[in-house]
Design a protein around this ligand. Structure first.
Ligand SMILES: Cc1ncc(C[n+]2csc(CCOP(=O)(O)OP(=O)(O)O)c2C)c(N)n1
Ligand SMILES: [Mg+2]
Length: 565
């Protein structure tokens, strides 16, 4: 970017009453669903911070640090479709960058507003705080570019057009965007205020050809099935996908990142597809199908249980966000939504779903003084879930342990499976709670992950939110113990905290807290948490090596790899 592009414009007489740059940006973000902006204030961002706190229909939601604010915006976007985080220049934006990258990997439209130094400072290459002292002001923007789908440095001339472009890009890709707002530009009136964009549309010829191709394959297939992906939830296309599945009578299975994307109570749901780590009837069926329709699902390591699925590419139809692939032919500019609609109307035959009952967790075992084993824990958690719960789970044994939990109607299971940054779930749960205040929110995290971002627990109470927080304390990084060459290696040990005392220390008033190490006490605590009107925080203590079955299987593979007996 050249500095001349940053030159301030003097508003002409006709523009004096125009909206300022920051008011324009906030109005447009609010119009597309941003009612809350997460962030940490800073002097370069003051004009942006001021405009947010003064905005009549946007709330400033301060967080403990920028990484957490980014995660919170990510969680909010999971509930609302869009989210926003505001940070100051350099120190703030860089602290948020891993969260932004996570939103990129996980398909979330998060708007990152960065308040940057004013133009005279930048043009004068001044030695000011939050810079490297080298007079360069574009470095952090460049660092952000690979982890956003579009970025802009706002000027009075480009603000309207760039805001529309960034909104269009964020919604088209369902990825984050970066907006730098120099502090003096923020309060400058917008010039050229009219700008618009067209929503994504399919190429009619390509759409018709893709519809024909998919319909022909399904028509000729003896057995077919669907693997719906979490992208359907991001795009709010669950109803369209369900209509397609219902019309054709197709069975569907889901991979881990996609868990609960379509209701697990649907009669065509056959269970979780986890490669060779569990759910054998589902695996055998999916891999024997003549056609497997992937709708926005991805064959990542987390989804394929460490690449143990075997799908024949020639029998796989891939319906992506903006294109569809059938065999070796790719149909570009085909919107997922349009194809779902077309296919639902083109039903030529109804499939016969196989008689596979979804695998579930075992019965609730143990009681009284019995220790909390994995077999005792996960069925209890599954039993605790209610319809429409929002369940936020961090990377670790606690999320994989719930793979086969059959979720009640409307319950949503969220996990950051691809980016897999531990600590995500605590602030993301806060953001989700802000975004969906009418729903019960359950946060389930390992204690190692929790140590990364635990201070965000304080925000729930500050905003009157009442989550149920379940912290699995197994004295360290169990998932890493199960995957590394020696379970006892010191790098998987962590400091022992008194987790159940955190809500009190963090200023949360009147929370129900418990520290449980036996089945009977866990049952009592879950009962109280389930009945309580207020928030609850339960620290669940297990043996350090108490892992769910999928991790035990992974561990066996690791042991044979290292030749350990
Ligand atoms: C930001 C980040 N740092 C490190 C890792 C590597 N990692 C993956 S799982 C894990 C341990 C998680 O421990 P905990 O939250 O206690 O869950 P547990 O597996 O013990 O149940 C670590 C350190 C990561 N995924 N993300
Ligand atoms: Mg742990």
């Amino acid at each position: 970017m050249t500095l001349s592009r940053l030159a301030p414009a003097i508003p002409s007489a006709g523009d004096v009453m125009a909206e300022t740059v920051i008011h324009h940006i906030l109005r447009r973000l609010n119009e597309i669903g941003v009612d809350d902006v997460f962030g940490v204030a800073g002097d370069y961002a003051f004009p942006v911070n001021d405009a947010i706190v003064e905005h009549p229909s946007i709330k400033w939601v301060g967080c403990c640090n920028e990484l957490n604010a980014g995660y919170a915006a990510d969680g909010y976007a999971r509930m609302r479709g869009v989210g926003a985080v505001c940070t100051t220049y350099g120190v703030g934006e860089l602290a948020a960058i891993s969260a932004i990258a996570g939103s990129y990997a996980e398909h979330l439209a998060v708007f990152h507003l960065v308040g940057s130094p004013n133009l005279p400072t930048q043009e004068g290459r001044a030695l000011v705080h939050h810079t490297l002292g080298d007079g360069e002001f574009d470095l952090f923007h460049k660092m952000a570019e690979p982890v956003v789908c579009a970025s802009a440095v706002m000027t009075p001339q480009n603000a309207a057009a760039e805001t529309e472009r960034l909104i269009a890009e964020a919604l088209y890709h369902r990825r984050p965007v970066y907006m730098a707002i120099p502090s003096d530009v923020a309060d400058t009136p917008v010039l050229s205020p009219t700008a618009s964009h067209n929503p994504a549309t399919s190429d009619p010829g390509s759409l018709a050809a893709a519809t024909d191709a998919v319909a022909a394959v399904l028509n000729n297939a003896g057995q077919a099935c669907v693997l719906p992906g979490v992208l359907l939830r991001r795009l709010r296309l669950q109803d369209a996908a369900t209509a397609f599945i219902d019309a054709w009578g197709l069975p569907f299975a889901t991979m881990f990142a996609d868990k609960s994307v379509l209701g697990e109570g649907h009669p065509h749901y056959i269970g979780m597809y986890t490669g060779r780590l569990g759910g054998e009837p589902v695996r055998a069926f999916v891999e024997s199908c003549d056609a497997v329709v992937m709708i926005g699902s991805m064959l990542t390591d987390g989804n394929t249980a460490g690449h143990t699925v075997r799908l024949d590419p020639s029998r796989t139809i891939t319906i992506d966000h903006h294109r569809t692939t059938v065999g070796s032919t790719m149909y570009r500019n085909v919107e997922m939504a349009d194809l779902m609609t077309q296919l639902s109307e083109r039903i030529t035959k109804q499939a016969q779903p196989p008689a596979i009952t979804p695998e579930t967790l075992g019965p609730i075992v143990g009681g009284g003084e019995d220790p909390i084993t994995a077999d005792a824990l996960y069925p209890r958690l599954a039993d605790f879930f209610r319809p429409d719960d929002v369940i936020m789970t961090d990377t670790g044994t606690c999320s994989l342990g719930l793979t086969f939990a059959q979720l009640p109607k409307g319950a949503e299971f969220h996990n950051q499976t691809l980016w897999a940054s531990i600590g995500w779930a605590t602030p993301a749960a806060f953001g989700a709670a802000v975004g969906a205040q009418d729903r019960r929110l359950i946060l389930i995290t390992g204690e190692g992950a929790h140590q990364m971002t635990a201070q965000e627990i304080s925000q729930f109470d500050r905003h009157g939110l009442r989550p149920i927080v379940l912290v699995l304390n197994n004295s360290g990084y169990l998932s890493e113990r199960m995957l590394c060459k020696d379970m006892a290696l010191g790098y998987n040990d962590i400091a022992a905290w008194n987790y159940a005392e955190l809500p009190h220390a963090l200023g949360c008033q009147g929370w129900f807290t418990a520290r449980v190490r036996s089945c009977g006490v866990l049952d009592d605590a879950l009962k109280t948490a389930g009945q309580a009107d207020g928030a609850a925080y339960i620290e669940i203590i297990t043996d350090p090596y108490e892992a769910p079955p999928m991790y035990r299987k992974l561990h066996e593979n690791v042991k044979s790899f290292y030749n350990i007996h």
